[in-house]
Design a protein around this ligand. Sequence first.
Ligand code: EPU
Length: 416
Amino acid sequence: MAALVVRPSGPLEGTVTVSGAKNSVLKLLAATVLAPGRYHLHNVPEIADVAWMGDLLVAMGMTTSRPAPGQLVVDSPAELLPEAPYELVEKMRASIVVLGPLLARFGRARVSLPGGDDFGSRPIDMHLDALRSLGASIELVHGFVEARAERLRGARLGLDFPSVGATENAMMAAVLAEGTTVIDNAAREPEIVDLAAFLNRMGAVVRGAGSSTIEIDGVHELHPVEHTLIPDRIEAATYLAAVGIAGGEITIAGARPDHMDLLVHKLGQMGMRISPCPEGLWAMAPRRLSAVDVSTLPYPGLATDYMPLLVAMLAVADGVAIVTENIFSGRFRYVDELVRMGADVRTDGHHAIVRGRQWLSGAPVRAHDIRAGAAVVLAGLRAQGETTVSEAHHIDRGYERFVEKLRGLGADVDRV
Ligand code: EPU
């Protein structure tokens, strides 16, 4: 099994190019279920999650190919097997977003129920309620969601919480429904806007994506398209965190500062200088940052995916910070790994108190999930001695050429 070995590094310097957004491409691939034909996607990262979503499309009867770096072609045939098996959903819970589009196009879908994960229990009740509101009958049978509907009917649905996945499932179901659907309290993430752009290009009529109310007029059929993905804001944030921890001056080519407003503001309060530049984002960090309190919220709030990166930064910043995780109840497990590296972090429920230290101390640690894995690697940049991060396959799920990109900035990181 792969592990990453990290040694103290910095100041970092140079340019790193950000890849296409993981959390966008997974949903666009699900959307290729909606109409037969050939789709051409650009700026697609080579990461494990994309390969797994490709496996799911293939299991349903599609074919995929990578004609050139960053490109992905999907051929969606007229008939598909509208099923997502346990083995694939269990590996990647984002597969649940095929439920809405399968149901919309084929009138039936059978998708394995995803289990909980390292963030705690991850229910999909809002996904199912949204589809029921559109007229689907849904049963849970032997660990599978079995959904049926002659033709979905547009409706007004209010989400209890602006869930990203539930908003996406509802959008992809509503585009082929009869009549108009209104989603209240919709998620507003940039990936939702990218999905709406993709669907509209396919011939759908989606208004208001990026706001809390999304309106969709159902159409009878859609057509395949060519589309370029938005950049991955969480990956861009990871390189900002790297320079925040190790110090230095870097350029993040391809980043969209307008997708990261609040994070840029927070990092500014911590002492970083960040500004838009022709390539994307320019960032400079002093040798040591100052602590600030942080708290996650749905977009445009501070993303929960930034939190492990921020906690790693705060672990070596000057001062004490209170951090609050409002999205996933169980998303502090990686803190134990940082503590093994000498970080002074105490958690209580969804809060943590982080007392910054000058230096951490290299240790063998584990990558719990994609972002937590990245965070402990970055912590290793300010840990005396050597940090070995095992289970690095979690990092490969979401980061394209992570080691190479960090090394390109001067970080001392190897894969073993
Ligand atoms: N929730 C429910 N019921 C539902 C759906 C969600 O209670 O039916 C709860 C969740 O348990 C959580 C909250 O609502 O407490 C928000 O979950 P959301 O549905 O917004 O998250 P998601 O769609 O499952 C996506 C990203 C995550 C990211 C979250 C929050 C993808 C593939 N995943 O998950 O990204 O953390 O939104 O922004 O888009 C990652 O990239 O590593 C990652 C985990």
